[in-house]
Design a protein around this ligand. Structure first.
Ligand code: RP5
Length: 164
């Protein structure tokens, strides 16, 4: 099975990035976590992206805040799918990171999830692998069924409480 890379720009990004790791762990998806910064360690970030495919990765998740160029910088050096998580780590509440991550020029795509959307980043990475992996597709189907049951149970509780 291909591995997922979770890259973050700083250890201060860990509380959110960890949620992506937790989601992948829960579903038995192999992953690695690294701290590479587009600005502070650009050479390490570049080398990681250049070698990611041969190193067995299938998707790269990149989490960064402020002037969040990490996802784009990684995408510039690989044709693996890159998912960007803009982080709410500044006075601008993550809107700065959202725009920095999502507004990529044509030719270098980054699939951007919501601000702090680490769980969806992990699920999207699984969906990408599931295109050619039936086992992961089945895990995702089971997860959707479980989510549906949870909401149906909440609806039943609300209806029982408020509707006569
Ligand atoms: C970004 O700057 C990082 O991704 C982090 O979200 C933010 C602040 O980093 P630290 O100053 O906390 O290391 O590059």
């Amino acid at each position: 099975m291909k591995k997922i890379a979770i890259i973050m720009g700083s250890d201060s990004d860990l509380p959110v990035a960890e949620k992506a790791a937790d989601t992948l762990r829960q579903h038995g998806i192999p992953f690695e976590v690294h701290i590479f910064s587009a600005h502070r360690t650009p050479n390490e970030a570049r080398d990681f992206a250049l070698n990611a495919r041969v190193n067995g990765f299938g998707v790269i998740i990149a989490a960064a805040g402020k002037a969040a160029h990490l996802a784009g910088a990684l995408a510039a050096n690989t044709t693996l799918p890159v998912i960007g998580i803009p982080l709410k780590s500044s006075a601008l509440d993550g809107v700065d990171a959202l725009l920095s991550t999502v507004q990529m020029p044509s030719g270098i795509p980054v699939a951007t999830v919501a601000i702090d959307g680490a769980v969806n980043a992990a699920l999207l990475s699984m969906e990408i692998l599931a295109v050619s992996d039936e086992e992961i597709a089945e895990k995702l189907d089971a997860l959707r069924r479980a989510e549906t049951q949870k909401v149906l149970a909440k609806n039943a509780a609300a209806e029982a409480k408020f509707n006569v």
